[in-house]
Design a protein around this ligand. Structure first.
Ligand SMILES: [Cu+2]
Length: 227
């Protein structure tokens, strides 16, 4: 029987002498950039989640799930007004629609450059005043609540003018973080698409075929002559 080793490895632990360092603890010091997904839209005109804690180098991918929405940055105290009006380059995705039956989902992807809070709203219609707002890297749990309160009381929802601060793209719908509405739901109320005209009675059908053949022949001749 071999003498028991003093270098024991357990699970994914790294053995050093008699002590063991958990590999996951080591990896936390070299954390890979993360992708945070935010679903934009939905039946309630929301951002889900409405807060994201991201570190420098992480990316946030906004997925536009229904209707027509934007992700637009404002100053902390000026909800529903585009920051890019005073700070060129401030984030604005432009209006990105989604309709039932689409096979792709529009995205807007931004890279986090610093951990200062970012205040974001949707600039479509009254969505900002309806509470479609969120905060990236809030400094407190109540910050998004305070920002939402400002948004609800905003006198107007002002659109951004220039797409900035990220990249517009798309992903296959099967990769989306939400369940798309079934295309059938839209068609159901009106019934199936109009059926093609019923076939005419057999005798007139034969006549039509004869007529069609007669019409086709000159064309074929013409084609042959031309060739
Ligand atoms: Cu919206």
């Amino acid at each position: 029987m071999a003498a028991p080793s003093r270098f024991i490895q357990v699970g994914n632990g790294v053995s050093i002498g008699l002590g063991t360092i958990d590999l996951s603890t080591v990896l936390q010091h070299f954390a890979m950039p993360q992708v945070h997904t935010v679903v934009v839209g939905g039946p309630q005109d929301t951002f889900v989640p409405n807060t994201v804690n991201a570190k420098v180098g992480d990316t946030i991918q906004f997925q536009f799930s229904s209707g027509n929405h934007t992700v637009t940055q404002s100053a902390p105290d000026l909800a529903c007004q585009p920051l890019q009006a005073t700070v060129p380059g401030a984030l604005h995705s432009g209006h990105i629609p989604f309709q039932a039956g689409q096979t792709t989902v529009g995205t807007f992807t931004m890279t986090v450059r610093n951990t200062a809070p970012m205040f974001l709203y949707c600039a479509t219609g009254p969505h900002c005043q309806l509470g479609q707002v969120m905060v990236v890297n809030p400094t407190s749990a109540s910050q998004v609540v305070a920002y939402n309160r400002l948004a609800v009381g905003a006198p107007a929802n002002i659109d951004g003018t220039v797409v900035a601060g990220g990249t517009v793209g798309s992903i296959p719908i099967e990769n989306a973080a939400f369940d798309p509405p079934a295309p059938e739901e839209e068609a159901a109320p009106g019934g199936p698409p109009a059926a093609p005209p019923a076939a005419p009675p057999a005798e007139s059908s034969a006549a039509a075929a004869t007529s069609a053949a007669a019409t086709a022949d000159p064309a074929a001749t013409t084609t042959a002559a031309a060739a």
